[in-house]
Design a protein around this ligand. Structure first.
Ligand code: IPM
Ligand code: MN
Length: 351
């Protein structure tokens, strides 16, 4: 029997609660599968930082590299200055583990409320492939004359040929495998960011024309795509974009698919260790109240299994989530009609 070693980082706020439900479902799905998981729990997050002054233990990424995958709850603490945990934990792990893809499906399940009038599940079903290690997130730039009236702050978008190409190739492959409309939309800003997106567009066309003749290439500016995602989400199959634009449009995507309670994502290194997470934050005000929606975390566990090649188990989780959300009057915290743990029980029973 295959055994996967899974790192578990519950993290901050409601992260640990939703992660527990994801593990409950994982455990249930394993019972009728020919694989099992061995969990390694890590106490990482704001509480630990406040207690010890250390954001991450020494060589933590090296530790995670020994695993098959990582399941993450949420990172972010109200008593810690913004940026410290996000950059010191989440972004650091994405970078050090070279998880160069952030894969974020936007899928409206039947009976889930969307703010888009007249849009049904058949209209909202696409995936965003977000570059996850470069762009404005690379952290280059700096201050000049900080604190004076002549202060200058520069933050640069770093786009390497290698980074852009590997992201685009992944997106093309993914579009092929997804086999829906076989259409890949590059989202950029070629009319203003004439260096960065010139590179993206050239590589997109080059790689597409050479190795992915079966995939239709499409392009949309970032501002326009915000419009189309609201007005005509059915136009999209797979969208590929840089780190910052991907961050922004996946929050928009999460909203049109029913909210943060339901949106999951994967930080993927196709050649290394990947990390799966609900894309919402740590929601401190709901911590410990059993009111937060665990569906995103459960779906993240499903994405993890799919990534590990356990397609059948992943499919069972998706079906069980779909059946469970049908019974929920809302996907918003506190209005779900059931508690966090009850929802985990329901999904676990159905897988
Ligand atoms: C996300 C989050 C992170 C990001 C933050 C917490 C650093 O918003 O996963 O989308 O910007 O990537
Ligand atoms: Mn984000």
């Amino acid at each position: 029997m295959r055994t996967y070693k899974i790192g578990v980082i519950g993290g901050d706020g409601t992260g640990p609660e939703v992660t527990l439900e994801a593990l409950k479902v994982l455990n249930a799905v394993e019972r009728n599968s020919d694989f099992k998981t061995e969990l390694v729990h890590y106490d990482i997050g704001g509480e630990r930082y406040l207690k010890t002054g250390e954001v991450l233990p020494e060589n933590f990424a090296g530790e995670l590299r020994k695993l098959d995958a990582v399941l993450l709850g949420a990172i972010g603490h109200p008593d810690v200055k913004p940026g410290i945990l996000e950059k010191g934990i989440l972004l650091k792990l994405r970078f050090e583990l070279d998880q160069y893809i952030n894969l974020r499906p936007v899928k409206l399940f039947p009976n889930v409320w969307t703010p888009l009038k007249d849009k049904m599940p058949e209209h909202i079903d696409f995936t965003v492939v977000r570059e996850n290690t470069e762009g404005l997130y690379a952290g280059t730039g700096g201050f000049l004359k900080k604190g004076t009236i002549d202060e200058v702050a520069v933050q640069e978008s770093v786009n390497t040929r290698k980074g852009v190409e590997r992201c685009l190739r992944y997106a093309f492959e993914y579009t092929r495998k997804r086999n829906k409309n076989k259409t890949l939309t590059l989202c950029g800003k070629t009319n203003v960011l004439t260096y960065a997106f010139d590179l993206w567009e050239r590589v997109f066309n080059e790689v597409g024309a050479k190795d992915f003749k079966d995939i239709k290439r499409d392009y949309a500016h970032i501002d326009a795509i915000c419009m189309w995602m609201v007005k005509n989400p059915e136009w999209f199959d797979v969208i590929v974009t840089d780190n910052m634009f991907g961050d922004i449009i996946t929050d928009l995507g999460a909203m049109i698919q029913g909210g943060m309670g339901i949106a999951a994502g994967g930080n993927i290194n196709p050649e290394g260790v990947s990390m799966f997470e609900p894309i919402g934050g740590s929601a401190p005000k709901y911590t410990g109240q059993n009111v937060i929606n665990p569906m995103a975390a459960i779906s993240a566990a499903g994405m993890m299994l799919e990534h590990l090649g356990e397609d059948k188990a992943a499919d069972r989780i998706e079906k069980a989530v779909m059946a469970t959300v049908t019974e929920m009057p809302s996907q918003s915290a506190g209005k779900m009609g059931f508690g966090t743990t009850e929802l985990g029980d329901k999904v676990a029973k159905l897988v």
